[in-house]
Design a protein around this ligand. Structure first.
Ligand SMILES: NC(=O)c1ccc[n+]([C@@H]2O[C@H](COP(=O)([O-])OP(=O)(O)OC[C@H]3O[C@@H](n4cnc5c(N)ncnc54)[C@H](O)[C@@H]3O)[C@@H](O)[C@H]2O)c1
Length: 416
């Protein structure tokens, strides 16, 4: 496969590297509006073809069969539609799109053309999400009753991320409604229970900070809220509480499941404390188990075991809340990926790139496909509408399951 990667900002660098290293990728070409970013990426990753816009890449590199989109978050929807219409398979960073119409069109195109669309949802491969998904699938936890997950990311002026590509008017984009970027928090919980949202009530924190990011006249979405809290009624009857905060005094981790309760068992987390508990209804002796050895990063567990953790200096060091964890299945990755641990986002990037390449190669449906991505994103769009209406209870539209005759991707180890 040949892939065109669009957007050479801060996030794509690791993905350019991984696509270049994957044994089933023949060529990577890149594009950005900023020529210096294109040059830098080409030199660093030994890339032969670079372009100064998405349109130019589509036109001049029409031999690429796949596109990966890493432009700013509000630009994805129309770019994905364009690539699908041009007959390409598409990977995009989160989110899939920022309007219901965009997402409906992507789902329709994916269904009609059977081209792959996959959203690169890093949190799908976060250790806590894998733990809850796998544990819940055993049936041991009983039916899902309630869960809480969140994505906390303070985007105050000091943070600087939106200034990088937004110029003087960066606030117009930084003020995007928090629930227009809900896929990290939602995917962790919803993918574990394999249900979708049917109703939502959401409250917004009206932000009056002097940095002027949030407010009806201050951003492109007339969004007054920096923080939003939504309560979803799920299709199986359970309840999910989702927080999306953009002004909050927290460091890390930024995305995590706080609690996940079934009728018989539960997972709870507080930073690096992860427990699994069995209740009396399980029919067995109730107990609490420390599942940190599986869910915490390997670095954390090793330093804990060796007594080399200096809590006075660095209580929760970045190395303890990034990087790989034992629960992730490395044996399925190609050799070149197993040798290249990417610390960012709990080493989720290699799994995402490998999912997409396998899907393109086999034509099978990957996780985080168009239908699942729609179910991670649309609830947030409706939640924001509810917040604007003071918490009014609203129905969440559902675009349904992926076609039943589309075989799902499996993850046999590579023969290398
Ligand atoms: N954990 C995660 O999943 C995660 C983390 C970080 C970022 N992201 C997502 O990754 C994406 C990129 O984030 P970033 O921080 O690198 O952004 P960035 O602003 O650093 O980079 C975006 C780049 O896209 C380029 N671009 C915009 N329109 C273009 C066009 N038409 N043609 C070619 N290039 C174009 C810009 O010039 C810029 O260089 C965002 O959507 C963000 O939400 C996801």
């Amino acid at each position: 496969m040949k892939i065109g990667i669009v957007g050479m900002g801060a996030f794509s660098d690791d993905f350019v590297k991984l696509f270049t290293l994957h044994p089933d990728v023949e060529e990577v070409v890149v594009a950005d509006l900023d020529e210096t970013r294109v040059q830098k990426a080409m030199e660093k990753h030994h890339i032969k073809r670079g372009y100064t816009s998405y349109e130019e890449l589509l036109e001049k590199a029409d031999d690429v069969d796949s596109i990966a989109i890493f432009t700013q978050r509000h630009l994805h929807g129309p770019m994905i539609v364009k690539a699908l219409k041009a007959g390409k398979h598409v990977y995009s960073a989160v989110p899939i799109g920022c309007t219901l119409e965009e997402i409906e069109e992507i789902v329709k195109l994916a269904g009609e053309t059977r081209q792959i669309y996959m959203m690169g949802e890093t949190c799908y491969y976060y250790p806590c999400a894998i733990y809850c998904r796998e544990k819940y699938a055993t049936g041991e936890m009983g039916k899902f009753v309630y869960g809480e997950s969140q994505y906390y990311h303070d985007i105050c002026e000091m943070y600087g991320d939106y200034q990088r590509s937004g110029g003087e008017r960066w606030r117009r984009v930084a003020g995007i409604p928090p629930m227009f970027y809900p896929t990290h928090s939602i995917s962790m919980l919803f993918s574990a229970i394999n249900e979708h949202a049917v109703k939502v009530s959401c409250m917004g924190y009206r932000d009056n900070h002097e940095d002027d990011i949030f407010g009806e006249d201050k951003n492109n979405w007339a969004n007054p809220f920096s923080n939003e809290t939504a309560i979803f009624q799920m299709s199986g009857g359970g309840i999910a509480r989702i927080n999306e905060f953009r002004r909050v005094g927290i460091n890390k981790p930024s995305s995590y499941i706080t609690c996940f309760y079934g009728e018989k068992g539960a997972y709870e987390c507080s930073i690096t404390n992860h427990s699994y508990q069995r209740g009396i209804a399980s029919g067995e002796e109730p107990y609490v188990e420390d599942v940190g050895p599986l869910v915490n990063t390997i670095d954390y567990n090793e330093d804990l075991k060796n007594g080399t953790m200096d809590m006075s200096k660095d209580p929760i060091s970045i190395k303890y809340i990034q990087g790989p964890a034992k629960i992730q299945d490395y044996s399925r990755l190609p050799k070149s990926f197993r040798e290249t641990v990417s610390r960012n986002h709990y080493n989720s990037h290699p799994f995402l790139v490998d999912d997409f390449v396998r899907a393109v190669k086999t034509g099978k449906l990957p996780p985080n496909n168009a239908w699942e991505s729609a179910r991670y994103m649309i609830p947030g769009l409706i939640a924001h509408e509810s917040a604007l209406r003071g918490g009014e209870l609203l129905d969440v539209p559902d675009l349904g399951d992926a076609p039943v005759d589309w075989e799902k991707l499996t993850f046999e180890p590579y023969e290398e």
